[in-house]
Write a protein that binds this ligand. Structure first.
Ligand SMILES: Nc1ncnc2c1ncn2[C@@H]1O[C@H](COP(=O)(O)OP(=O)(O)O)[C@@H](O)[C@H]1O
Ligand SMILES: [Mg+2]
Length: 288
């Protein structure tokens, strides 16, 4: 007899095959744990701002980045996995790095863009050449919001950097040291409840980005103690119940590339056979 009810809150507009597989895995895992998980598209949850949601379940597994909706659900008393704040910190890479810095967790030297109200033109780009002097060439330009490597660029010259920045139309970004040793390779480490449950080595011989959706390949991988500690510490710093941490190779000291609050764990499953959805559902069940 199923006693626990939850929502799997998903983006209103995303309907890819990959995301549907992930959703099915989560619903099936929930069933195995005696939890009835109902998929709710964010567009279905229309309540006036400040109004209370009715018919709330026992929890929501919030598989989206709609942090405003997440906050409104929490204000109504619903327990979210991950929390609105943790999702917010991961969604914006500037916020992620700020939080990691506050907690003394290593990531490559990074400079945030000044706030812009319209597209940036090259005349006001002194801050770019200053950052380039510190970071050296090439350096990384990463939009604050982005995924699948699509909003991450490598600038080999100042002119290339200006061209990228002009194309961003005033969107927030980070200029970051390019970790050459990690060119086209990193480790995705999946953490649930403060424990590493699976990790994979991702590599791409033709691109500096190792994302699988960008043509990267993967291999099974056993994390070192230092990598494990880094991933667990990063998730703790960001307040994540679970997450996927991208870790770069940087000499003897691993360094955080970014942290995902809604990791696409299907690749990890295909490579390692570890089903993160089961760990997530068991973790939620223990906490209710
Ligand atoms: N500072 C860096 N040095 C070297 N490679 C990087 C750096 N930042 C990102 N990358 C590469 O680009 C990929 C995508 O960057 P990431 O910050 O994880 O953004 P996304 O959210 O798009 O996955 C990483 O998996 C890594 O392979
Ligand atoms: Mg990434």
């Amino acid at each position: 007899m199923i006693a626990i009810n939850g929502w799997l809150t998903v983006n209103n507009f995303v309907n890819s095959e990959k995301s549907n597989i992930l959703r099915s895995m989560l619903v099936n895992a929930a069933e195995k744990c005696g939890i009835s998980l109902t998929i709710k598209r964010t567009g279905e949850l229309g309540v006036p701002i400040g109004g209370g949601f009715v018919g709330l379940p026992d929890f929501a597994l919030f598989w989206d980045k709609d942090t405003h909706l997440a906050q409104r659900l929490e204000d109504s008393g619903l327990r979210l996995f991950n929390t609105a704040r943790a999702i917010e910190l991961c969604d914006n890479k500037v916020l992620t790095y700020m939080r990691l810095a506050q907690c003394g967790i290593p990531f490559p030297e990074s400079y945030a863009s000044p706030k812009a109200f319209s597209a940036i033109n090259t005349d006001s780009c002194g801050f770019v050449s200053n950052a380039a002097k510190r970071l050296g060439l090439p350096f990384i330009i990463k939009e604050a919001y982005g995924s699948f490597g699509q909003q991450v660029h490598l600038a080999h010259s100042l002119d290339e950097a200006y061209a990228v920045i002009r194309s961003l139309g005033g969107r927030e970004f980070v200029m970051q040291r390019f970790v050459k040793e990690s060119c086209g390779r990193d480790v995705r480490i999946n953490v649930v409840g403060g424990r590493v449950i699976a990790s994979i080595y991702r590599y791409n011989d033709n691109d500096f980005r190792s994302n699988i959706s960008n043509g990267g390949k993967m291999k099974e991988y056993r994390v070192s103690e230092a990598q494990e500690k880094l991933a667990v510490d990063a998730c703790r710093a960001l307040g994540l119940d679970f997450g996927g941490v991208d870790v770069l190779f940087d000499g003897d000291v691993p360094t955080v590339c970014e942290v995902n609050s809604n990791p696409h764990f299907k690749s990890t499953y295909d490579c390692s056979g570890v089903d993160m959805s089961l760990y997530i559902m068991e973790y939620i069940k223990e906490r209710l």
